[in-house]
Design a protein around this ligand. Structure first.
Ligand SMILES: [Zn+2]
Length: 226
């Protein structure tokens, strides 16, 4: 009783706000119903039937949103404007999807797609790590942020042709302590996926260094033609 009175009092002075629109919310956690309506969710059937990644080195990719409209804006705010709360809010949906659709896979660790140390200096945080942290926490699997490393600074994949994307990323990723991933099943996490090149090169580095299997989870799937 005392607790709920105290909570009510707290909510008067510190109301819960939606991380996407900053409007006051009644419920605790998540985003407000009107923001949720604007999110471009992918139908699960379409995710599993997506043959875009068929010949790549990871087993399967799971994305929750199409990279368009409001989702695109929120991800840009998260990546380029330092609005981490928006990234975390979207990541909760990915965490739910991983819990539901990857429930039969016994992951040993969650690994974010790394950024080069020089890029990290400029940006101050790795957005893939923010997402991976939310997912790892939700599925109770250890997060490993220093096993997969980026060795060379690469051009942004966006805007490059498929062949250029491959060359751009060739030899870009490595594993710092291979013994720690030997025989392990890894969930690799990033913000968006287009052709899957980045995920492919990361997964390849993990597999070459002894990982048993790599699955991927990304917030959003971009249109190949965009
Ligand atoms: Zn909202």
């Amino acid at each position: 009783m005392a607790d709920s009175f105290f909570q009510k009092l707290l909510s008067v002075f510190f109301p819960k706000r939606c991380p996407l629109c900053h409007g006051v919310m009644e419920m605790n956690g998540g985003v407000c119903p009107s923001c949720e309506k604007t999110l471009s969710f992918i139908d699960y059937e379409q995710i599993v039937n997506n043959c875009r990644f068929e010949y790549l080195s990871f087993e399967k990719n799971l994305s929750v949103f199409y990279y368009r409209e409001s989702v695109r804006n929120y991800i840009c705010d998260f990546k380029f404007q330092g609005q981490i709360a928006k990234g975390k809010a979207l990541s909760k949906y990915l965490a739910d999807a991983v819990r539901e659709h990857y429930k039969d896979i016994a992951f040993d660790m969650v690994v974010p797609v790394p950024v080069h140390p020089l890029a990290l200096k400029e940006r101050s945080y790795n957005h893939a790590e923010v997402i991976a942290r939310e997912v790892a926490f939700a599925v109770s699997v250890p997060l490993k942020t220093d096993l997969l490393v980026k060795l060379k600074q690469t051009q942004a994949q966006h805007g490059l042709r498929a062949r250029e994307r491959k060359e751009n990323l060739y030899g870009a990723f490595s594993v710092s302590r291979p013994q720690e991933i030997s025989g392990r099943i890894i969930l690799l996490v990033d913000d968006i996926v287009t052709t899957g090149s980045t995920l492919h090169h990361c997964a390849e580095a993990l597999l070459k260094n002894g990982a048993a299997q790599v699955y991927t989870a990304t917030l959003a799937l971009t249109n190949l033609l965009s």
